[in-house]
Design a protein around this ligand. Structure first.
Ligand code: ADP
Ligand code: ASP
Ligand code: MG
Length: 476
């Protein structure tokens, strides 16, 4: 048994270092490992919603895979385009019971059918497989809303990945790339924290090792879903929004993949979100540590939980462009000794909570312990914190119902001043010029500088601009 660095639990070590020669000289030397060659070189590829957003996208993915047809690959796919957002609206309508849930689901179905009509002949079996997946979601809509919203959410929203994976696998087979479809829920097992399942590694890893190698032996491509998993009671769970990158890392970890590649609509990891900033540059190499820091503070290009399982097994992660698949992208691995440019991460929709003791007593350890116990129970994630003698300030994502509950729960001891509509800007490897640029048009409410990292919580205040008009003189 070994200590699992990911789950802090125990697992059966896959290879135990035993020198058989000390047991008996008569035995031949053991083989290097007991793994067949195709498992030594297997890789994990992940294609996100942007790469699969329409029929042209799926054709492009097939073209990329065509170039890797000699590899053993586990291919992880997300829902197509913005399907998950659309399915979230179905769940919300189901709870309103306003008759719109089925209408919204029908629109999602039609989008998928339109893509299938472009890719397949009319009688192709994929139509029935996709229809079956939608029927399962419809069964949930026929029942009155379950008491647990998050549970119902997972049972409905999973259909996005189930149908995209059916379509992608069928298309690869259709164009001559033999591909087996795998239900990720047979492999990835979580606790029953719906919408944010916590992976049970001691169940997931044996499943992966039992199910996937025999499939890869049969034919080199296995295609499965990101984001979705199963509870031990066989209910569908999900791993949190944008969680498909994390799914791919789970498969990579369990199977000791040679590498993992995520295919995005950007040339690689850039030093800032190109939707928010001009003049971004691509980072050719990044250390796991730098990648963890960036994603922890909200760099949306990679899901924050992705890096740790890969780092634990020294599996390199490549971030590459599905629009320019031959370009080198970004490599994330260990011991990268690089000087980084300033790297900027912006998290929008933040709230500052200034928490002050009701009786003006000092904020002491027992206060902080209580505050964190409440925050952790309500699953409120603290991005930055600071304290003075009688106050404690935290910056958290604005999730209104959870924040309101938090304020109510601590009202006996604390008074809370709240500011919404803020941005958290984190700058790694900062210089004064970058900071000055970022502060333009903003009021800084909170700032903290460490050697490598500067964080500020800001409010956008567009600079006033002079109007060139003559004002009428006051009469007098
Ligand atoms: P997926 O299709 O896998 O879901 P995402 O849309 O989640 O892909 O992630 C890719 C997007 O992340 C890019 O289109 C880009 O706008 C955004 N992004 C944010 N920060 C960065 C960054 N530092 N480098 C590259 N892309 C970034
Ligand atoms: N489809 C899911 C989402 O949009 C998971 C993912 O894309 O990574 O959040
Ligand atoms: Mg995404």
């Amino acid at each position: 048994m070994g200590e699992c660095v990911v789950c802090s639990g125990h697992f059966e070590a896959s290879f135990v270092a035993v020198d058989f020669r000390t047991i008996t000289n008569a035995l031949p030397l053991p083989a290097k490992t007991d793994k067949p060659d195709f498992l030594h070189t297997m890789q994990v590829f992940k294609f996100g919603g942007a790469s699969l957003k329409d029929a042209a996208g799926i054709r492009n993915v097939a073209n990329i895979l065509q170039r890797h047809r000699d590899k053993s690959l586990v291919i992880v796919v997300s829902a197509m385009g913005k399907t998950t957002n659309a399915l979230e609206a179905v769940v919300a309508a189901h709870y309103k019971q306003d008759g719109q849930a089925q209408v919204l689901l029908d629109a999602i179905k039609e989008q998928h059918y339109a893509v299938m009509r472009e890719l397949f002949p009319p009688k192709h079996e994929v139509f029935a497989a996709v229809n079956d997946a939608f029927v399962e979601a419809e069964w949930v809509l026929e029942e009155p809303p379950a008491a647990n919203y998050d549970y119902a959410y997972d049972q409905i929203v999973c259909v996005g990945e189930l149908v995209s994976s059916r379509i992608a696998a069928a298309y690869l087979n259709y164009v001559g790339l033999p591909t087996q479809w795998l239900d990720a829920r047979d492999v990835i097992i979580t606790d029953n924290t719906y919408r944010e399942g916590w992976v049970l590694w001691d169940k997931t890893k044996p499943n992966a090792l039992r199910i996937i190698p025999p499939m890869l032996e049969k034919s080199p491509f296995v295609l499965t879903q990101g984001f979705i998993a199963s509870s031990t009671e066989n209910f569908t769970t999900t791993l949190g929004r944008e969680g498909s990158d994390y799914s791919a890392a789970i498969f990579s970890f369990c199977l000791d993949a040679e590498s993992m590649t995520i295919w995005k609509d950007v040339p690689g990891v850039l030093n800032a979100d190109p939707r928010l900033f001009e003049n971004t540059i691509k980072l050719d190499r990044l250390s796991y540590r730098e990648a963890i820091e960036m994603t922890y503070y909200g760099a949306q290009v990679i899901h924050p939980k992705t890096i740790k399982p890969l780092q634990n097994k020294s599996i390199p992660l490549y971030v590459k462009s599905f629009l320019d698949p031959e370009a080198p992208g970004t490599e994330i691995s260990s011991d990268v000794d690089e000087t980084y440019p300033p790297i900027v991460v912006v998290e929008k929709n933040q709230t500052l909570l200034h928490i002050i003791t009701n009786d003006y007593s000092f904020v002491a350890e027992q206060h902080i312990a209580r505050l964190f116990a409440e925050l952790s129970e309500l699953r409120i994630f603290v991005n930055v914190m600071q304290n003075t003698a009688i106050s404690f300030t935290i910056c958290v994502p604005n999730i209104p119902d959870r924040i309101e509950k938090f304020i109510q729960r601590i009202a006996d001891q604390f008074y809370v001043k709240r500011q919404d509509g803020l941005e958290l800007i984190t700058v790694r490897h900062y210089n004064e010029e970058t900071i000055a640029n970022l502060k333009k048009g903003r009021i800084v409410l909170f700032e903290e500088r460490l050697r490598n990292t500067l964080q500020m919580v800001v409010k956008n205040v567009p600079a006033v601009e002079r109007r060139e008009v003559e004002l009428e003189r006051a009469k007098g």
